[in-house]
Write a protein that binds this ligand. Structure first.
Ligand SMILES: [Zn+2]
Length: 690
């Protein structure tokens, strides 16, 4: 049992912590913790205060949350109607509970209640007043009671109508967002000008909206979407969905997503759909909003002190979370490049446990001003290893220590070099064990020779035993069969499998075998280009830099690197040996990957085929990895069909750069799965060789 003093202290600490977070959030547009963490703390405080009301302070953040407007440069305006926040939910059970509560409040008299499901935009909320169809004021959400007058800046946002199609007096609410496509450019520009970068599009939106200079706002091309008409019943509108249509008619931009659902089963399906599909949108969404559609019931259901009871927010899994940086491990890659890896206090993000994250190079540590002991934000973008985004400097207490770059190679001890003009530290010792190991691991990796059974522990062992000195020795392992069986933990069966995988790897496609050579700057995509163009490795080895440069997308760096590789004795010896071993170095054109179509894989085949057979595909925008004709071939050869336009029949829309009306149309339908080019490739999985 905790003593009352401990509980009091806990409450005070939580209050201080939350006040600090919300001060930064509302006054400085900075998030010190993720929304999920913030909500968790607030909930914890609320529960403690309810249990021990004697410790609840008058200015506790549970009462005054977000009212940190004291620093504002703008005139304050009181909202005509408070801008309430929504209760957050994090799983479908919360949503089911929410609908149960509504049913109960309505005494179960309505058997099929209809809910509107909409995207929850992650930007800056705004409330606009129009008089006789003319835009009069624009006010930020602020603390929900009063906000900042940012009317001038609102005028600078192109997509906000200044004059409505009807001469009415009304208030409308929406979200100012920073388009994702423009966000990267903005940060690049800020970096170049020596300014701090924005952590995310939301901060960029809210920071831009609170600029003193409206010209800056105009330059940054903010965008706005609207989702709520205040007092809609004044206009003889009965449902929320009708009010959205009316807003569109008046000239407001909406997301086009307002799905009407009556069953919680469908609700769950559609939420899951949007959790995936949102990646293709040009604005950030952090969840969905679920509202009871029939507005006549709203008053009956009522409000809590902070939120309406007829609406709830469903928050998607966080993509960013904060944790403590415990230390740095310096890794030696296959090229000798030294990479700092962040060792973190274990934390869970999007369902996976994370202990390490990438930091790229020493300059990044300097640029981001990261110290050991810092609380840092980490982020996991789709399928990429987690990255350290930034330290939370405000939480430093002086015990943090500066990160020093190593002088010697952590593997072989040789003094590291820094090439002129390049940021990376390098070990240039040709017999550095870490480099040799890295080269072999890269060679056998999934996207290269794909030899399963040669994990890093085994490679390390074989290196130590002298069975392997370079990649070609892998194909001589069969001569050590008996010794291998003797090795700890390596049974007869696993050796048979390993040797079989090694033999099979000889048939890998040319683009994979070329990639496996580990030529600098030749990744999967470039290897495929080179393979297609050169047809075989002898042709490629003969190409001059000028010839290489005639290949689309091959620039100076790649051309010189390829040329240098094939004009270095050491690599030529390896290539000759690999050719003698029987490794495939000829291009066979585009092929379906037979590996997944062998008889032993029969069950697997049917399951995987279902993804394509009979499904309708459409591609829009500029693809970077494929030519349009090639990508259509892939769909057809896998049993899918290509459509020429968006219709209800369409299953998948694959979206490239600068996609236009087709994307809008598909979104509006709400039934089409929208994928990026990368996601399409993932969908194909092993079925194609590219
Ligand atoms: Zn070394």
């Amino acid at each position: 049992m905790e003593s009352l003093d401990t509980i009091k202290e806990k409450i005070i600490n939580l209050q201080d912590e939350i006040k600090k977070y919300s001060y930064y959030y509302y006054s400085k547009n900075e998030s010190l913790v993720s929304d999920v963490e913030f909500d968790k703390k607030l909930k914890e405080l609320e529960e403690l205060e309810n249990k021990y009301p004697e410790f609840k302070a008058e200015n506790s953040p549970t009462i005054t949350i977000g009212s940190s407007l004291k620093d504002t440069k703008f005139r304050k305006i009181t909202h005509k109607r408070p801008m309430l926040s929504l209760t957050n939910s994090y799983n479908i059970h919360d949503v089911i509970d929410f609908s149960e509560r509504i049913n109960k409040l309505l005494n179960y008299k309505n058997d099929k209640l209809c809910y509107a499901l909409e995207l929850k935009l992650d930007g800056a909320s705004i409330s606009l007043q129009y008089e006789d169809g003319k835009l009069i004021t624009g006010v930020t959400r602020g603390d929900g009671i009063e906000g900042e007058d940012v009317t001038e800046n609102i005028y600078a946002i192109k997509s906000i109508p200044k004059i409505l199609k009807e001469k009415i007096t009304m208030e409308v609410r929406g979200e100012i967002i920073f388009p994702k496509s423009k966000f990267i450019k903005l940060n690049e520009k800020r970096l170049a000008e020596g300014e701090d970068v924005f952590a995310n599009p939301r901060n960029a939106a809210s920071g831009t909206l609170r600029q003193i200079d409206a010209q800056v706002v105009a330059e940054r091309e903010l965008d706005a979407y609207f989702y709520f008409l205040v007092d809609a019943k004044k206009f003889n509108i009965e449902t929320h969905s009708e009010s959205i249509s009316y807003l569109e008619k008046l000239g407001f931009q909406t997301t086009g997503v307002c799905e009407l659902l009556t069953s919680m089963n469908d609700m769950e399906k559609r939420i899951l759909y949007w959790e995936n599909a949102r990646e293709a949108l040009d604005y950030e969404t952090d969840g969905m909003v679920i509202k009871l559609d029939n507005m006549n019931l709203w008053e009956e259901i009522g409000y809590t002190t902070k939120s309406p009871r007829w609406a709830i927010a469903y928050k998607f899994q966080a993509k960013q979370i904060s944790t403590v940086l415990m230390g740095i491990t310096w890794q030696v890659g296959r090229t000798g490049k030294i990479t700092p890896v962040a060792e973190l206090e274990e934390v869970e993000l999007s369902g996976s446990k994370i202990k390490r994250a990438s930091l790229h190079n020493t300059d990044e540590i300097l640029r981001k001003d990261i110290k050991i002991g810092d609380r840092v934000f980490i982020e996991k973008a789709a399928e990429i290893i987690p990255q350290v985004v930034s330290p939370i400097k405000e939480l430093r207490n002086g015990s943090e220590s500066v990160i020093d770059a190593p002088i010697n190679c952590p593997s072989c001890g040789q003094v590291l070099e820094r090439e002129e003009g390049l940021v990376d530290l390098k070990c240039v010792n040709p017999i550095c064990p870490a480099i040799i190991q890295g080269t072999i691991e890269y060679f056998v990796s999934r996207d290269a020779m794909n030899i399963s059974g040669l994990g890093s522990k085994i490679v390390e062992k074989f290196l130590k035993l002298g069975y392997i000195k370079d990649v070609t020795d892998i194909y001589n392992l069969k001569n050590h069969r008996e010794e291998l069986v003797e090795l700890d933990k390596m049974g007869e069966k696993s050796i048979t499998n390993l040797l079989e995988a090694i033999e099979n790897s000889k048939k890998r496609s040319y683009s994979k075998t070329l990639y496996a050579l580990g030529i600098q700057y030749v990744g999967k995509f470039v290897a495929n280009l080179l393979a297609k163009k050169s047809k075989n490795i002898d042709n490629l080895a003969q190409m001059s830099v000028e010839e290489l440069l005639t290949i689309d997308e091959v620039g100076n760096k790649i051309a010189s690197s390829v040329y240098e590789f094939f004009n270095t004795e050491k690599s030529l010896i390896i290539v000759e040996k690999l050719k003698k071993i029987g490794i495939n170095f000829s291009y066979a054109g585009f092929e379906i990957n037979e590996e997944n179509y062998s008889e032993e894989n029969e069950t697997n085949k049917h399951k995987e085929d279902d993804i394509f057979i009979g499904k309708k595909f459409l591609f829009t925008g500029k693809m970077t990895r494929f030519k349009r004709e090639d990508i259509k071939d892939i769909v057809e050869s896998l049993g899918g069909e290509n459509l020429s336009g968006v219709s209800k029949k369409l299953d998948y829309l694959i979206v490239g750069d600068d996609a236009g009306s087709k994307l809008e149309k598909a979104r509006a339908l709400g039934t089409v799965t929208i994928l990026s080019e990368e996601e399409f490739i993932n969908l194909c999985g092993d079925k194609i060789k590219i």
